[in-house]
Design a protein around this ligand. Structure first.
Ligand code: COA
Ligand code: ZN
Length: 314
């Protein structure tokens, strides 16, 4: 494998992570977490979502969060929207980019956004018009791209139809989302090898969940296919509230640690990132799944035991 020189990470913890927290996270704590992620140099942050406040109560302060974060030059601040109403709210709140969502499987789309895929696509066309007027770029995520917790396998032809519909409406960046961690590296390779030549000029992003410890292997498989954009979440927070069995995204500091160890640049300051993860642990009040947070970086060293030192003649 010839690894890329540089990878772009989009931090999704403040949205994909915080959205499932059952206890209300006060706005100032969300802002504090996002500011620390900015300070760590993350090039992209999905700050929040503009969705129905009754459906995802944790995101009901989306406008306020957007208004209060410190915007670091060089970081793109995006938000997720399911429809044009969300896009108008996001544009009014001053996002840099809009992220949209539709599923590749009918049942997950209905569970997530109360629309059929066809109905969602109509709404997403309206989102495109809002984005055009506001001069905002759009990244479109496709949930359950690699499998659905209700339907199981999602045929590649069905995923391709959703991709084609998005491309037809002018989307240029597509995030394939493994919503509940069902993808395996071979499948990721197969899907990307199928889609990439059929949709030239599209920028592909992989959005992984580490539900079954396959996230980093899947990212490596995608890198082998030329993908250099990945979503991850601080500490490994996350999960879809409308996908049973969903758990956290691939952990940002674990991913950055792995990439840096491989000599791949991310532009992220790993020490600051680890400090941010520690702060997010305090905010959610429990240990997060991140491994580097527990183990320390690979250059961590321990004192040599006395008996060993004696044998070594030290
Ligand atoms: N933000 C705020 N309010 C919204 C909204 C949005 N993006 N979209 C619709 N609404 C409001 C409508 O204005 C309407 O309000 P009213 O009752 O005061 O007239 C009400 O919601 C119902 O509108 P409707 O279009 O019928 O929406 P719905 O009830 O079918 O819900 C979604 C559809 C998409 C808004 C809702 O399912 C949702 O927000 N889902 C997001 C799920 C999510 O975030 N999942 C995790 C991320 S992948
Ligand atoms: Zn997700």
């Amino acid at each position: 494998m010839k690894p890329p020189e540089r990878v772009t990470i989009c931090e999704v913890g403040p949205r994909d992570g915080f959205q499932i927290e059952p206890e209300w996270i006060p706005t100032e704590l969300k802002v504090d977490a996002i500011d620390r992620l900015s300070d760590a140099g993350l090039p992209r942050i999905e700050v929040t979502s503009f969705v129905h406040p009754k459906v995802v109560p944790q995101m009901r302060d989306a406008e306020e969060v957007m208004a209060r974060i410190r915007r670091r030059p060089g970081t793109v601040y995006a938000a997720l929207v399911p429809n044009d109403k969300g896009a108008v709210r996001a544009a009014d709140a001053g996002v840099d980019q809009i992220h949209t969502v539709v599923s590749a499987s009918e049942s997950h789309n209905l569970a997530n956004v109360n629309m059929t895929i066809a109905e969602s696509l109509v709404k997403l066309e309206a989102v495109m018009r809002v984005a055009e007027r506001a001069k905002l770029a759009v990244v479109s995520a496709i949930s359950t791209s690699f499998g659905c917790p209700f339907e199981g396998d999602v045929p590649l032809a069905r995923l391709e139809r959703v991709v084609a519909a998005l491309v037809d409406m002018g989307v240029r960046a597509i995030s394939l989302a493994d919503t509940t961690g069902m993808a395996n590296p071979r499948q990721v390779g197969r899907v990307l090898e199928h889609l990439r030549p059929r949709f030239p000029g599209i920028e592909w992003i992989l959005h992984t969940h580490d539900t079954r410890a396959m996230a980093i292997p899947n990212i490596l498989a995608a890198m082998e296919c030329g993908v250099t954009r990945f979503d991850s979440s601080i500490g490994g927070l996350g999960g879809c509230p409308f996908a049973p069995g969903a758990s956290g995204n691939v952990c940002t500091e674990d991913l950055v640690h792995c990439l840096h160890a491989m000599g791949i640049e991310t532009g992220v300051d790993l020490d600051r990132l680890i400090a941010a993860a520690r702060r997010v642990q305090e905010i959610v009040g429990r240990a997060l799944p991140g491994q580097v947070l527990k183990a320390g970086k690979a250059d961590r060293r321990y004192p040599v035991p006395d008996a060993v030192a004696a044998r070594l003649g030290r």
